[in-house]
Design a protein around this ligand. Structure first.
Ligand code: HAM
Length: 418
């Protein structure tokens, strides 16, 4: 019996991991410049957390969650996204409260959605996300969008397009939902079963149904921007103005509603036309009621998440860092002991070094050094050992030098021997 990974869930193999490390490390460094600190939450949460935040009638909660009962009859779910867990954790550990509402965090890790796997869409995928709590100001929205744009540029993605919209809040949303209800009513019987339920209870969710028939039926829906009142309109104008000042290009997409229920006012997506149907590389928005809805104080928030797999499909290979990698080859038992000592010293000095565990022919060791892309090989044989010397082959310079064994580390650290 040969086992395979589950459909839509993939191994990240050694050859691919440098790219992952590059985007993750760049995120850590870039987000730290804006004062974001890392938070790590469990990948499993109680199911109601997601139903309450992402929304009971969303596709994510209705169709895509990996939910199971554990032995205490508790319903648990593999997290489909990170924001709900971050808010849960921030409330639980009192990281945000009425007297101290500010918190900036970021997170990296796997998320789970049982969607139909296709290009750029997986069942286990990875997000890099960031959340900023404590301010309703449009500057907070613009700052987090600018942080994300700067990050995408830094990792080498230049051809993104940013789409923004405002979903309003409170009674603006209610008025819009009523208008949508009326708009869908004439074709109600032609929508899928889920959407017929949504039309009654949460018509906004019809707009992100993946059923092609429902998409066609709803494509000319009214725009939410027409329902904004002066305060939300002014908020959106300030977000746009600040993005202009920060030189972050954007376009307004009045049809964008996002697939999660917690958003209010600003929503945004970074898209690429190189991704096919799954065009969003990163997305987010403002969620001013979520903390309160999950039992915390009345604290606003804004954030985003990047899909790492999608990002990696778009950026090229990171430039390899020019560093030495040394292979220590040995011949004979006495040379083996000395070679191990040399390898140990080289690694102690922060230089990468490989050595065989078993004695092999010189030819086989050189072949291995080549396979491992080593830059230098140190050869220590019985004869060299007697003279206290080693041969050093430099593969890129195509030179061979005799170096005293006692000076081998300083040779590699400074590349000079006197
Ligand atoms: P989301 O739009 O559901 O938002 O996901 C964010 C990003 O995750 C997407 O733009 C996409 O790149 C990636 N993604 C989502 N589903 C998949 C999938 N099945 N396969 C591959 N990549 C995928 C959220 O998750 C919100 N929590 C973002 C947020 C944070 N809003 C505020 N704070």
């Amino acid at each position: 019996m040969k086992y395979k990974s589950i459909s839509g869930m993939h191994d990240i193999l050694p050859g691919e991991s440098p790219k992952w490390q590059f985007v993750e490390q760049t995120a850590r460094e870039h987000f730290a410049l804006y004062g974001h600190e890392e938070i790590r939450t469990p990948i499993v949460e109680e199911t109601p957390l997601f139903a309450r935040s992402v929304g009971e009638l969303t596709d994510i909660v209705q169709k895509e969650m990996y939910t199971f009962e554990d032995k205490d009859n508790l319903s648990l779910t593999l997290r489909p996204e990170g924001t709900a867990s971050v808010v849960r954790s921030a409330i639980e550990h009192n990281l945000i409260n009425q007297t101290s509402p500010d918190l900036k965090v970021y997170y990296l890790g796997p998320m789970y959605r049982r969607e139909r796997p296709q290009k750029g869409r997986f069942r286990q995928f990875h997000q890099i996300g960031a959340e900023s709590f404590g301010s309703k100001s449009p500057y907070a929205d613009a700052e987090i969008i600018e942080m994300l744009a700067g990050y995408l540029n830094k990792v080498g993605l230049k051809d993104w397009a940013l789409q923004i919209n405002s979903l309003g809040c409170g009674h603006e949303r209610k008025a819009y939902q009523e208008k949508l209800k009326g708009f869908f009513a004439k074709n109600e019987k032609n929508f899928c079963d889920d959407c017929r339920q949504r039309i009654k209870r949460n018509p906004l969710r019809v707009l992100d149904c993946k059923n092609p028939k429902c998409r066609e039926l709803s494509k000319d829906h009214p725009d939410i921007l027409d329902f904004l009142e002066p305060e939300s309109r002014a908020h959106f104008e300030s977000v746009k103005k600040t993005l202009d000042e920060l030189k972050v290009p954007y376009e307004i997409n009045p049809k964008m509603v996002r697939g999660l229920d917690y958003y209010q006012r600003t929503v945004f997506e970074f898209v690429s036309d190189r991704l096919g149907a799954q065009a969003a590389i990163a997305a987010g928005g403002r969620y001013d009621s979520l903390v309160k809805d999950l039992g915390g104080a009345d604290i606003p928030g804004v954030g985003f998440a990047i899909g790492i797999e999608r990002l990696l499909m778009l950026i090229g290979e990171p430039k390899p860092i020019a560093s030495k990698k040394i292979f220590v080859a040995f011949l004979g038992e006495a040379a083996h002991a000395r070679a191990r000592e040399v390898a140990f010293q080289i690694r102690q000095n922060g230089i990468s070094c490989e050595i065989e565990a078993d004695e092999k022919s010189l030819k086989s060791q050189l072949r291995k050094a080549d396979k491992l892309a080593c830059t230098h090989v140190i050869i220590i044989g019985e004869e060299e050992l007697k003279q206290g010397m080693a041969q050093v082959k430099d593969f890129s310079a195509k030179t061979q030098t005799n170096v005293p064994l006692a000076r081998i580390v300083s040779f590699f650290k400074g590349d000079v021997v006197d």
